[in-house]
Ligand binder design. Structure first.
Ligand code: C5P
Length: 325
């Protein structure tokens, strides 16, 4: 689900950034996504509480009622706002496939931040598996254009049309590297706060989204202030922009759920395995051709996942022997 959501999101984003005509301001899309997240999390909390009075009391308690607890979400909100803005910059300057491949760097940045901030022990076998995962997903994403996870022919055409005019691949790559750092840090910070404090997931998501709206609004005025004053927030919006906002909301909230029930490193594995599975399903649904790079990349992903599990078992055994000494 994560992979399908991600692949279609990137393709749609890339497509909308290469369309001729009035171009929407990406900073407004980042902010509006956070507004939609606030509304969605409020509705989920309402469904949980089943009483309007209880709901209002709860919303008050997790925001104004406990400002210091809420303030913990300020850091990830700032970083995610930067990340979400960088994502548009990257997608506007790189083709979808290059973007997807280089963004896999976040697998490694996430592991590094997990060690530094959560003191997660990662042994040699697990490091090896993380590198294999990184290489494997990159190779899978390098599928030729007939694959569903890379460029559609329409997308490729518009890429070619606009390539010389608008592309600055170096800027795009810098944006991806910075995004990967943001993704690793903010993801692990969110995990640490979620698992280290009593505030539940949906309250945290609500707090994060509220700050997201505030910081997103600041970002909007810093990036495109004068143009927005002249043309309005919703300038250039069409159905696909709303679709991107919906997909971003869904994807973001999904990240929170995965981090709660697993962790950020496993999120990377889940995404990688589902990329492979969605490609295999496409073989049957869309006559997707399995190429040699795909098969070897997919093999690497599977092997990496298996190795990571072995690494975890080794770590548990080592702990047990150390404990019994
Ligand atoms: O690529 P990555 O897994 O770092 O994606 C993070 C995305 O998920 C960001 O767009 C962020 O705004 C969103 N997110 C969210 N709610 C969370 C955690 C992340 O909306 N609890």
């Amino acid at each position: 689900m994560v992979a399908v959501q991600n692949a279609s999101l990137i393709l749609t984003m890339r497509y909308t950034r290469t369309l001729p005509g009035d171009m929407y301001f990406s900073s407004t899309a980042v902010m509006i996504t956070e507004v939609v997240k606030v509304v969605t999390t409020m509705l989920i909390l309402l469904a949980e509480k089943r009483s309007i009075v209880e709901w209002i009391k709860y919303l008050y308690s997790v925001s104004v009622g406990h400002p210091w607890d809420m303030a913990k979400m300020l850091v990830p909100a700032c970083i995610y706002t930067v990340q979400n803005n960088l994502l548009y910059l990257a997608v506007s300057n790189l083709d979808a496939a290059t973007y997807q491949v280089s963004y896999q760097l976040k697998i490694l940045t996430t592991a590094l931040f997990s060690i530094a901030m959560l003191s997660k022990p990662i042994n040699r076998v697990q490091w090896l598996s993380l590198f294999m995962l990184f290489v494997g997903v990159s190779v899978v994403q390098l599928q030729p254009v007939n694959g569903p996870v890379t460029q559609s022919s329409k997308e490729k055409l518009s890429t070619q049309n606009t390539l010389s005019k608008t592309h600055n691949p170096l800027l795009g790559l810098a944006a991806v590297v910075a995004s990967s750092m943001c993704s690793g840090f903010a993801g692990v910070y969110f995990e640490k706060t979620l698992k280290g404090t009593a505030t539940p997931l949906w309250a945290r998501n609500f707090q994060l989204a509220i700050f997201g709206v505030i910081i997103g609004t600041m970002g909007m005025y810093i990036n495109d202030g004068s143009k927005i004053k002249e043309k309005g927030i919703f300038f250039g919006y069409h159905k696909l922009v709303w679709l991107i906002i919906a997909m971003q909301t869904f994807g973001g909230l999904l990240v929170g759920i995965v981090v709660k029930y697993a962790d950020n490193i496993l999120k990377g594995f889940a995404a990688a395995v589902s990329i492979v599975v969605s490609c295999i399903v496409s073989v049957y649904l869309f006559q997707f051709n399995l190429s040699l790079p795909f098969v070897s990349g997919a093999g690497l992903v599977m092997l990496a996942t298996y190795l990571y599990g072995i690494g975890q078992k080794l770590a548990v055994q080592k702990n047990a022997t150390n404990g019994s000494k």
